[in-house]
Design a protein around this ligand. Structure first.
Ligand code: NAD
Length: 352
């Protein structure tokens, strides 16, 4: 016997150990809004499982936490099917992993040069990765008719009444020629100050505080009484636009966007709140500089972020790159190390 952990040499046994552990943690996190594990620990164990599965593909099962998005829709709300699946994002935890993603992207797009030739630059949009909850908003003839959570990516919870209380979600779009349908995706969030106030109240009532603003936001969106949601003053930043193929702008409407940068401008013109810190980045060096800049600067923001998201700018190239089962190949979340977040939030809670 060696002194290593009992499963170190047996991937099958380790996979069998990790899967139920991660599945329980994901259920607590996504469905109950009450995590039982630190995010950094979850991320590390998840990565260990994903690496084992990559090395031993025969061990992959469809129910593995690596093969699914989020959690199953909670009970108490109608579950609705997403018109277009609402997937997760792949993560990179270092600049090396970002570079590896970029190389894979060039390869998928058939743009990876031979030998030592310089790699072509692909324009990216850098956005903050806001630690909230993804929502899909459906508009018919420019009127908000449905709002849904991400759920398992295929089906989410219908929470329209709650989302209608968010002041930054337009109920009617100021378009001359509104399309028959359109979908906007973005992040609902709870600002730090509100988060601290909610937790102070919960502690006073003897209830367990929410672990982080994301869980507090998810818990709020699932309140059965929209008045409670309204009192919590959620916010919403829009970042994705799905327009029907045949939509053409009417007089004064913003032009149809051909890239992610244009989509953000379109959303802004249509009355959505778009995070002002997004930037158009010409190459990988600019992407790395954006990531570096926000590592410190994000601490001055009044809401939590846990990284930045890089999105290939050109929508046609996005379509060429496509999706894996869980995430787009044309985007990546670059995450910051976890140390600061809990202490920063605890400081805020202590101030209330
Ligand atoms: P993710 O949070 O890593 O990335 C996807 C999400 O990013 C999207 O769904 C969207 O909500 C959000 N996002 C924020 N800004 C965005 C932007 N500008 N553009 C696009 N998306 C943006 O992935 P996930 O699947 O939602 O969650 C996985 C993470 O959740 C893990 O890395 C872990 O930290 C945490 N988690 C923790 C536990 C636990 O037990 N502590 C369990 C499960 C998951």
């Amino acid at each position: 016997m060696t002194s290593a952990s009992p499963d170190a040499g047996d991937p099958r046994a380790r996979v069998a150990e990790l899967r139920p552990l991660l599945a329980r943690a994901a259920h607590a996190y996504y469905v109950l809004d009450a995590p039982v594990m630190e995010d950094a620990v979850y991320d590390r164990l998840y990565r260990e499982l994903a690496d084992l599965e990559a090395a031993h593909p025969e061990l992959i099962t469809l129910d593995s936490p690596t093969q699914r998005v989020g959690g199953t829709p909670a009970e108490g709300f109608t579950s609705v099917e997403h018109r277009i699946p609402l997937l997760s994002l792949d993560n990179a935890f270092s600049i090396e992993e970002l570079e590896a993603w970029y190389t894979r992207l060039l390869k998928v797009l058939d743009r990876l040069p031979e030998g030592e030739a310089p790699r072509p630059a692909l324009a990216m949009v850098g956005e903050l990765k806001i630690d909230g909850n993804a929502l899909a908003l459906s508009y018919r003839e420019g009127v908000l008719i449905r709002a849904a959570t991400r759920g398992d990516g295929e089906r989410g919870e219908e929470i329209t009444a709650n989302v209608r209380t968010i002041q930054s979600v337009p109920l009617r779009l100021p378009l001359a020629q509104p399309p028959a349908w359109l979908e906007v995706r973005g992040e609902a969030l709870i600002p730090d100050a509100t988060f601290a106030a909610i937790n102070a109240e919960r502690t006073e009532r003897g209830e367990p505080p929410f672990a982080n603003p994301r869980n507090a936001c998810a818990g709020t969106l699932r309140q059965l009484d929209p008045k409670v949601v309204a009192a919590r003053h959620l916010d919403f930043f829009a970042y994705t636009l799905h327009l029907p193929e045949d939509w053409q702008p009417g007089g004064g409407d913003p032009p149809r966007p051909g890239d992610q940068w244009g989509s953000l401008q379109w959303l802004r013109a249509a009355g959505f709140k778009v995070n002002p810190n997004a930037e158009l980045l010409g190459d990988l060096a600019a992407v790395e500089a954006f990531f570096g800049r926000w590592e410190e600067a994000r601490r001055q923001l009044p809401y939590a972020t846990d990284g930045v998201v890089m999105k290939l700018n050109d929508l046609r190239l996005q379509a060429d790159a496509g999706f894996t089962q869980k995430a787009p190949r044309w985007a990546i979340a670059l995450k910051y190390a976890a140390e600061e977040a809990p202490s920063r939030l605890l400081r805020l809670v202590a101030q209330v």
